[in-house]
Design a protein around this ligand. Structure first.
Ligand SMILES: C[S@@+](CC[C@H](N)C(=O)[O-])C[C@H]1O[C@@H](n2cnc3c(N)ncnc32)[C@H](O)[C@@H]1O
Length: 280
């Protein structure tokens, strides 16, 4: 099974031109990883990474910030796969610059499978760019995660993504040029200063040839059907939760939050993350 053409092919060609989160130099990528442990933003990961038995598989690693940061900050074995050879080449170069033991493979997540399942599998911002997001989540749960292991997935949220997409679609409909839309994106996401980096984020967020949006309510039955249970989610800021229904109610408020952030001139991509555990 391969990510179905024409979607998989279009997504691959799009990222070959400029991978997501690409910086102008290897040194700059490496410096960003050294300077700050960006993994800490995903607060459920550090406790799992401190386990001496942790081995990490990242699906759709792109330029490898996560896999290389795991190797650098947590000294755990980590393998990243991505079907874009341009991104993987950069990830390997950053690994060499950091002198860490991360590994990278050029592979399509629908075709490749690990020799043995992993205790921790991570995939951020990837599966919603495939022709079959639910099928991809199933594949990770069933074939990639070891019994007793964990899966962390990040996806665009429906309806939390809508205000952002509507904003740029309205600009385009009103005749805005690509440069004007990129400048607007740069205003919203003021973290990004460097030109190549900004272009790589803008293309990924605004010009992408294929994305789908999802909900926790949709994903929980999928993971449960694969023998996994929900442990934690960014929907309630990774706090303990009373019930799934309470989380489903909370996620309905995502569109409103997104609209408020946009009105305040802040970047809000409409993205959510969930951590699932597989029965031992
Ligand atoms: C938005 S980027 C995210 C990259 C990385 N996870 C990060 O957080 O920086 C999406 C990545 O998914 C990869 N991808 C999409 N479909 C894939 C597939 N079928 N197999 C492997 N990688 C895929 C793309 O090449 C791209 O690097």
């Amino acid at each position: 099974m391969q990510d179905q053409p024409p979607i998989g092919q279009a997504v691959l060609e799009f990222y070959k031109v400029l991978p997501f989160n690409y910086r102008h130099s290897v040194a700059e990528h490496a410096q960003q990883i050294r300077a700050r442990d960006a993994i800490a933003a995903y607060s459920v990961l550090p406790p799992l990474l401190r386990d001496p038995a942790a081995r990490v598989l990242e699906i759709g690693c792109g330029t490898g910030w996560l896999t290389n940061a795991i190797a650098y900050h947590y000294r755990r074995p980590a393998l990243g796969i991505d079907f874009n050879p341009v991104a993987v080449e950069r990830a390997r170069a950053v690994s060499r610059a950091l002198e860490v033991e991360s590994q990278f493979l050029v592979a399509d997540l629908f075709q490749w499978a690990p020799d043995a399942p992993y205790p921790l599998v991570v995939s951020l911002g990837v599966l919603h760019h495939t022709a079959d997001c639910v099928g991809a989540v199933r594949r990770l749960c069933v074939d990639f995660v070891a019994p007793g292991g964990h899966l962390l997935v990040g996806l665009y949220h429906q309806p939390g993504r809508r205000p952002f997409l509507d904003h740029f679609q309205a600009m385009e409909a009103a005749g805005a040029s690509e440069d004007e839309m990129r400048d607007r994106f740069g205003e919203l996401d003021s973290r990004i200063a460097e030109e190549t980096h900004l272009a790589s984020w803008f293309r990924d967020q605004v010009l992408h040839p294929h994305e789908t949006q999802h909900t926790l309510r949709e994903m929980v039955p999928v993971i449960e059907d694969c023998g996994m249970t929900l442990v934690s989610t960014s929907i309630n800021r990774f706090q303990p939760f009373q019930s799934l229904e309470a989380l489903y109610r909370e996620e309905q408020g995502y569109a409103e939050i997104a609209a408020e952030r946009l009105a305040a001139g802040q970047y809000f991509p409409g993205f959510f993350v969930f951590l699932a555990a597989k029965r031992a």
